[in-house]
Design a protein around this ligand. Structure first.
Ligand code: C2O
Ligand code: CU
Ligand code: CU
Length: 489
């Protein structure tokens, strides 16, 4: 818990504009001098649908020649991409070889509460957790990451995160690029801060608690400003924002148009052309980018526009774009050329079927309002939802299996990326308007700048013993208690 004095300092600094938050630079002397690391692919069906993951301490050199302690799943950092097929059951075995308790949550996977891997499913050091995952949802790009209450932010920052790809046959049917590591690339975007010795710097000072932990260096699959060789045609990028707090504002340096074909929970109805894309913590988007002109191009990110001065980037604290990675088309493999006109029509979402409406106010407890309130609460500081900090022993919401509800989310203090476990939702409105096309499909996390209305479909059961979470995906907010629990029966 922060002291009142620490909060006062953070507030004063914020009010005076005297602090510049995360600024991105390039720590490597030579950008684009390393190849994009591609995590291993574990195709579950090819190994009898039995998959082992081992969460362990590793060593990894983010900065050249400066290896440092990291965490990873069966790898020094991150973890393998797990490809699973719809309609199959996958027997997972997750061993905890860390020196702290952990959990593994399958973010976006629709399963019952028991297999969800939230804060209640602790895997103690030396133990193995064996959930049976029943894959029963459309093709999508998901991810897995730790979820132990109060330690999620640090464990992910140390390197624990991996991608999950659900395959339901639509790639072939739609003629989409699907050659893993060739024209279908996992792209895990994160930001990190390093000490001069190359060590990961995760400091939970009051600024990090109030605004989320932010670094000054962008990493892609763990590499700083890497380069990827791609076929001279359509390439599919499976983007995951695995950052603790940062929103990335992506564009190509030549401002080329690309197409968004999928968001968190699966395909959009049709490709959505864009020249810029914001991706918030935990969000996924699949893009098709056309490299048929054969020209190398840099993907870059701009200032975190949802964060004002705290999102300012580049060495000079200006609003410059900085490189994320570079793509170099080469003619080594035959490219996919044809952009599909239609993708997959999302299953209908009818708000008139909603059985009730609930309001969730997400508050990072910032500044004056709370400081005044502090006299009554005597804590001075409260990060939570609807005025309550997370309590693992309290069920906040009870839902009925097979129903949907309208959840209205209000953000106080700053924009919060709101996520729901065990369910997908459609964004009905964002800040009073209908969502842009690329946010109009089924999702499981959305950045709420002021307010949003979501139609949440509850189709998986969760008991009091293994409830589902809903929370802000700024991990420092989540760890500080901006999280609630619901059951579904
Ligand atoms: Cu990415 Cu509670 O989850
Ligand atoms: Cu989740
Ligand atoms: Cu938040």
């Amino acid at each position: 818990m922060l002291t009142r004095r620490q909060v006062a300092i953070a507030c004063a600094a914020f009010a005076s504009g005297g602090l510049v938050g995360a600024r991105f630079g390039i720590s490597e002397p030579v950008p684009f001098s390393t190849y994009l690391p591609i995590p291993d692919l574990v195709d579950a069906a090819k190994q009898g649908n039995a998959v082992r993951l081992k969460a362990a301490i590793g060593r990894y050199a983010f900065l050249k020649g400066k290896p440092t302690q990291s965490y990873g799943y069966s790898a020094p950092i991150l973890g393998p991409v797990l490809r699973v097929r719809r309609g199959e059951n996958v027997e997972m075995a997750v061993e905890n070889a860390l020196d702290v308790p952990t959990t593994v949550h399958w973010h976006g996977l629709l399963g019952p509460g028991e297999t969800d891997g939230g804060p209640h499913q602790t895997i103690d050091h030396g133990r193995t957790w064996r959930p049976m995952l029943n894959i029963d949802q459309p093709a999508a790009t998901l991810w897995y990451h730790p979820h132990p209450h109060h330690d999620t932010g640090r464990q992910i920052y140390m390197g624990l995160a991996g991608m999950i790809v659900i395959d339901d046959g639509s790639d072939l049917r739609l003629g989409l690029p699907h050659r893993f590591g060739i024209d279908d690339l996992p792209i895990i975007l994160q930001d990190r801060a390093f000490g001069s010795d190359g060590a990961l710097k995760y400091e939970l000072d009051s600024l990090a608690v109030v605004y989320g932990a932010r670094g000054d260096t962008v990493i892609v699959n763990g590499a700083i400003a890497p380069v990827a060789k791609v076929p001279p045609g359509l390439v599919r990028l499976r983007l995951l924002n695995g950052a603790n707090a940062q929103n990335f504002e992506l564009r190509f340096r030549d401002q080329r148009t690309f197409h968004v074909i999928a968001s968190d929970a699966g395909f959009l109805a049709a490709p959505v052309p864009l020249t810029r894309l914001r991706i918030s913590p935990a969000e996924r988007f699949e893009l098709l980018v056309n490299f048929a002109d054969g020209k190398p191009v840099v993907l870059e990110t701009g200032p975190d526009e949802a964060m004002g001065i705290f999102g300012t980037i580049s060495d000079f604290g200006t609003d410059e774009y900085v490189p994320v990675m570079r793509f170099e088309p080469t003619a080594a493999v035959p490219p996919v050329k044809q952009l599909p006109r239609q993708l997959v029509e999302p299953t209908a979402a009818d708000p008139t079927r909603a059985v009730r409406r609930r309001l969730f106010t997400l508050d990072n407890g910032l500044c004056l309002r709370r400081m005044q309130a502090s006299a009554e609460t005597s804590k001075g500081y409260l990060i939570g939802i609807n005025g309550k900090t997370h309590d693992m022993g309290r069920i906040d919401v009870e839902t009925k299996l097979g129903t949907c509800e309208v959840w209205e989310i209000v953000s106080i203090g700053m924009p919060h990326p709101f996520h729901v476990h065990g369910a997908s939702f459609r964004v009905l409105s964002l800040n009073g308007a209908s969502p842009p096309d690329h946010l109009a499909g089924w999702k499981d996390v959305v950045l709420v700048e002021q307010r949003a209305e979501l139609l949440v479909a509850f189709n998986r059961p969760a008991t009091h013993e293994h409830p589902f979470m809903y929370h802000c995906h700024i991990l420092e907010h989540e760890d500080a208690g901006m999280m609630g629990q619901y059951v579904c029966a």
